[in-house]
Design a protein. Structure first.
Length: 202
């Protein structure tokens, strides 16, 4: 039996693919301790989206954007972010640091699209408040996550703490991560207002 992906079943198919992907990458990760810490937010977001699917169905664009972070963060959890085989990208941009985590933080900002979609479709706020709320929500999550990373690194200590923190020796790593989250949010909000009506988000 051949499965055909349509606009109606896209979120369900995407969810099934991710569940399979998640299960495969749960096998023999580089560090089980780091993997557990990294996949907790992934599992939480995925289960939240699954549980609320029938109460509020986001657009396929929103689900697609949110899936980017789910897949990306799952890969980072398997390898640890600093050790994901991403050297080709570092060579491409002439960087010594592994920027896999920076792209992951940028993709966190994609959730601003779904936030804006929820507020607009539920008529909970106007354009200005929606935009600012989506932006500030992501910025708050970014700052909160950096605090959690710091707390875990101090509490766990050792190699697991260092790998979860993922600073790779950069003292400004937290600030740069939060900037990446913010830029991702700005990008997705621009995308929402530019093409949301065309894609059924508004």
């Amino acid at each position: 039996m051949r499965l055909t992906v349509t606009s109606d079943n896209f979120p369900l198919v995407l969810g099934g693919v991710f569940a399979l992907f998640f299960g495969l990458l749960a096998i023999n990760p580089v560090s089980r301790d780091v993997w557990i810490a990294e996949v907790i937010p992934v599992a939480f977001v995925f289960l939240l989206l699954a549980a609320t699917y029938h109460r509020f169905r986001f657009s396929n664009v929103a689900y697609g954007l949110m899936a980017v972070w789910l897949f990306w963060h799952t890969i980072g959890g398997h390898f640890t972010f600093a050790n994901v085989p991403f050297g080709w990208f570092s060579e491409l941009i002439g960087a010594e640091r592994n920027h896999f985590d920076r792209i992951g933080h940028f993709s966190v900002g994609f959730y601003a699209y779904a936030i804006a979609e929820l507020l607009i479709r539920r008529k909970l706020a106007g354009p200005i408040v929606t935009t600012l709320f989506g932006l500030f929500f992501i910025m708050s999550i970014a700052a909160g996550y950096e605090i959690i990373e710091w707390w875990y690194a101090v509490a766990e200590g050792g190699n697991a703490g260092v790998e979860f923190l993922g600073s790779q020796g950069d003292i400004w790593d937290a600030q740069k991560d939060m900037l990446a989250d913010t830029l991702g949010a700005i990008f997705s909000l621009v995308l929402f207002w530019w093409g949301g009506k065309r894609w059924g988000s508004r």
